[in-house]
Ligand binder design. Structure first.
Ligand code: FCB
Length: 442
C-alpha cells in the first residue's frame, strides 16, 4: 500500500490562541476594538475554554491521536493591572498545561498572540520601547509557573501581521491614540524583536533546557508578470517588507526594513527552532493607486482553488518552498509548522488542503530537512479577529449559541494521519479522491 511516512516522534497537533478560544477576555485591546465596532462580530464566549471546555476539546485532540497542542497565554489575565499578578489565572493555565500532558499532548506555549493588556495599550503598547522590560517580566512570571510542564515556547506570534495589520492596514488595533504608517509598524516590529531577545534570554536563564522560537507568518510571493520590471520590483519590496524584518535580524542583528534598517544586535542568533505559519502564496503587481502599501498589490490569480471567503488559495507547493527557504537561510535549525489550515465551514476543501500540504511537508522531510512537527489551525472554530465568526477554521465546527461541537470529516482524516504517522493512498482515496493523482503520481 503506497504511503508517505514521517519520522518517528513527529509532532502532530493543532494550534489555538487565548482570545480566539477562551471567551470573556474583556481586559485587552481586542475586546476594546470589538466594542468600538471594528470587527464583524464579537468574541463573546468564544469556545468557552476559560469556562472549562478546553477539557472536552483536549479529549477530542487526544482521542484523535494528536500528541501535542499549541495554545497561548493571555497577558491581560496574568497581569490585569501593571502592579498586580493574578495567581489564580496562572494556576488555571498550569492546570491546562498539566491536563494536556496527562492526555499525552505535549503543550507548546505562545506568550504573545496579538492581544495586549488594556493598561499596555493605554501607554502605547509595542510602539514604546518600555514594553521590552514589561514583556520580559511577564514572560518570567509565566515561565516560572509553567516550566514543570512546558519546554517549547513561542515568544511572539506573527509580529509582522500584528504590526502591519494594525499600523498599516488598520484591521487590528494599534495602541491608544497611536500614530499609524509603515514607519510606526517598523518601530513596533523593532520593539518586538527586542522583546523577543529579552524573552529568549530570560527563558533560558530560568529553564536551560527550554526550546525558544517565534512564529513567522511567511508569504512566498511571485510577480504577476515576471517580464514586467515594475511587478518584479514590487514583488521584492512586498516580500522583504512583509517577511524579512524578523528573519534578517535573527540572521545578522540588523532588521531589514523598507523605511530604513535598524540595528538590533541582541537578537542575532536567538532562535532554537523556527515556527512557520503558512497559508498561501501571493501574486504581486504594480498598482499606482496603492500608495499605502508602497504601490504593490497582492492578490490570488482568478483561477485559484479558493476557500469559502477567498481568504486562502490552496497552493501546497508554497509550503515546500517556505521550508526550503528556511533550510537555506538557517541550515540545520529545526522547523515546526506552527500553523496551517483553511477556513471552510462546509469542509469541502479542508481534506484536500490538509493532505496536499502534508504531502509537501513529507517531501521536505524526505530531503532530511529538519521539520519536526505540524500544528493544524485549528482544533475547533474560533474567533477570527476582524473577520469574527465569518471564517471557520476548525476541524470541529462550533455553534456559538449552544457551544455544541460538530465533527467535520477532516477530523477523521487528520486522526488517521496522526495515528499512521503518515498519509496513505487509502486515506486520500477515501477523503479527497479529487487530488489522488496529484499526491500519488505527481
Ligand atoms: C494567523 C493567526 C491565527 C489565525 C490564523 C487564521 O494569522 O496567527 O491567530 O487567525 O491566521
Amino acid at each position: 500500500m503506497p504511503a508517505y511516512h514521517f519520522p518517528k516522534g513527529f509532532l502532530w497537533g493543532t494550534a489555538t490562541a487565548s482570545h480566539q478560544v477562551e471567551g470573556n477576555n474583556t481586559n485587552n485591546n481586542w475586546h476594546r476594538w470589538e466594542q468600538e465596532g471594528h470587527t464583524l462580530h464579537k468574541a463573546g464566549l468564544a469556545a468557552d475554554w476559560w469556562g472549562g471546555r478546553w477539557r472536552e476539546d483536549m479529549d477530542r485532540a487526544a482521542e484523535t491521536h494528536q500528541n501535542t497542542h499549541r495554545f497561548s497565554i493571555e497577558w491581560s489575565r496574568i497581569q490585569p493591572t501593571p502592579d498586580r499578578w493574578d495567581e489564580d489565572a496562572l494556576d488555571r493555565y498550569r492546570v491546562m498545561a498539566r491536563g494536556m500532558t496527562e492526555r499525552g499532548l505535549m503543550p507548546m506555549v505562545t506568550l504573545h498572540h496579538f492581544t495586549d493588556p488594556l493598561w499596555l495599550y493605554e501607554k502605547c503598547g509595542w510602539d514604546d520601547v518600555s514594553v521590552v522590560g514589561l514583556f520580559e517580566k511577564y514572560v518570567r512570571k509565566v515561565v516560572e509557573a509553567l516550566r514543570e510542564y512546558v519546554t517549547y515556547w513561542i515568544t511572539i506570534n506573527e509580529p509582522n501581521i500584528y504590526a502591519l495589520s494594525g499600523y498599516v492596514a488598520g484591521d487590528f488595533p494599534t495602541c491608544a491614540g497611536g500614530d499609524r504608517g509603515l514607519n510606526v509598524a517598523m518601530r513596533v516590529m523593532a520593539n518586538m524583536l527586542r522583546g523577543h531577545a529579552a524573552a529568549y534570554k530570560a527563558i533560558h536563564e530560568i529553564q536551560p533546557e527550554a526550546r525558544v522560537g517565534y512564529a513567522l507568518h511567511y508569504r512566498p510571493m511571485v510577480a504577476a508578470r515576471p517580464w514586467f520590471p515594475l511587478d518584479a520590483i514590487m514583488r521584492n519590496i512586498q516580500y522583504n517588507g512583509i517577511n524579512m524584518a524578523f528573519p534578517s535580524a535573527i540572521s545578522t542583528g540588523v532588521m531589514k526594513s523598507p523605511v530604513g534598517n535598524v540595528s538590533i544586535p541582541e537578537a542575532k542568533g536567538l532562535q532554537d527552532y523556527l515556527g512557520l505559519n503558512y497559508y498561501s502564496v501571493d501574486t504581486v503587481k504594480f498598482d499606482l493607486s496603492n500608495a499605502k502599501e508602497l504601490f504593490g498589490k497582492r492578490y490570488y490569480p482568478e483561477n485559484s482553488d479558493f476557500s469559502t471567503t477567498k481568504f486562502i488559495a490552496n497552493i501546497p507547493e508554497g509550503l515546500f518552498d517556505s521550508i526550503k527557504w528556511i533550510n537555506k537561510t538557517y541550515p540545520g535549525t529545526p522547523i515546526l509548522i506552527t500553523e496551517n489550515g483553511v477556513e471552510d465551514d462546509q469542509d469541502a476543501m479542508r481534506p484536500r488542503y490538509l493532505a496536499q500540504h502534508l504531502h509537501q511537508v513529507w517531501r521536505a522531510v524526505n530531503f532530511n530537512w529538519p521539520v519536526k512537527g505540524y500544528y493544524h489551525w485549528s482544533l475547533v472554530d474560533n474567533f477570527e479577529w476582524e473577520r469574527g465568526w465569518s471564517q471557520r477554521f476548525g476541524l470541529w465546527g462550533l455553534d456559538i449559541d449552544t457551544q455544541a461541537r460538530t465533527r467535520r470529516k477532516s477530523v477523521d482524516l487528520y486522526s488517521d494521519i496522526c495515528e499512521e504517522n503518515g498519509i496513505s493512498d487509502e486515506m486520500v482515496k477515501k477523503y479527497c479522491p479529487e487530488v489522488y493523482e496529484k499526491i500519488f503520481h505527481p
